[in-house]
Design a protein around this ligand. Structure first.
Ligand code: CA
Length: 227
């Protein structure tokens, strides 16, 4: 999943970017409001983490412009000012949540995951299921037929994407941008390698193969008989 951070304070921005990357997210960082708005309008982010006090254009204006242009991407506000007025204003403008600085990274990560579980529908999804494969978004755990499967953060991100869009053939280019933050033209087999590893963990030794390659098109997660 892809997150845009708009934060002008280099230390906070770098810290958030690194932490979220380690948690398996694809992260973009913009350091002023105008650049942030531009990125948010151009990109396909699942969440925007938006500082309020920003050079160029403040966080309120960025959010307002996004909503005026019909962009429903969830927004988590970061604010150093903890006055009630600010919180109310942010939520009225269409923010999904806010966090008062200073905050711990674990708190931010918990908020981020809660917002992402709710997605754009507002209905919180905590478990993704395909046949006997289950991905628990709260505990960050995957099981197949009740058996625990240990995944790296990237493998988890890859599986989450495939499960969220189950039955849909996902092109490598989409997987590359959503899970690795790279263009598919880059000369690498990182996706093939990750798919192979994931498949070995979740499909080998089980009755049916859920992760399928659609030649020349990409990958799909579904029961074989449904295609
Ligand atoms: Ca700031």
């Amino acid at each position: 999943m892809k997150i845009l951070i708009v934060e002008d304070e280099p230390k906070t921005g770098d810290y958030l970017r690194q932490g979220l990357r380690e948690a398996g997210f694809v992260v973009e960082l913009a350091t002023d409001g105008i650049d942030g708005l531009h990125h948010a309008l151009e990109g396909d982010h699942d969440l925007v983490i938006l500082d309020v006090m920003l050079p160029g254009m403040d966080g309120w204006q960025v959010l307002k412009s996004l909503r005026e242009r019909g962009r429903e991407v969830p927004v988590l506000f970061l604010t150093a000012r903890d006055q009630v007025d600010d919180r109310v204003r942010g939520l009225e403008l269409g923010a999904d949540d806010y966090l008062v600085k200073p905050f711990s990274f674990s708190e931010l990560l918990a908020r981020v995951r809660t917002i992402l579980r709710r997605g754009r529908t507002g209905i919180e999804v905590t478990t993704l299921k395909v046949a006997d494969l289950e991905l628990d978004l709260l505990r960050r755990r995957v099981t197949r037929a009740g058996r625990r499967i240990d995944l790296t953060a990237k493998e988890f991100g890859l599986l989450e994407l495939l499960m969220r869009r189950q039955g849909e053939v996902l092109p490598r280019s989409l997987i590359a941008s959503q899970v690795w933050d790279m263009n598919f033209d880059s000369d690498t087999n990182v996706i093939e390698v990750a798919i192979r590893r994931l498949r070995a963990k979740m499909d080998e030794g089980f009755e049916s193969r859920l992760l399928q390659t659609v030649r020349g098109m990409g990958y799909v997660l579904e029961l074989p008989e449904s295609r």
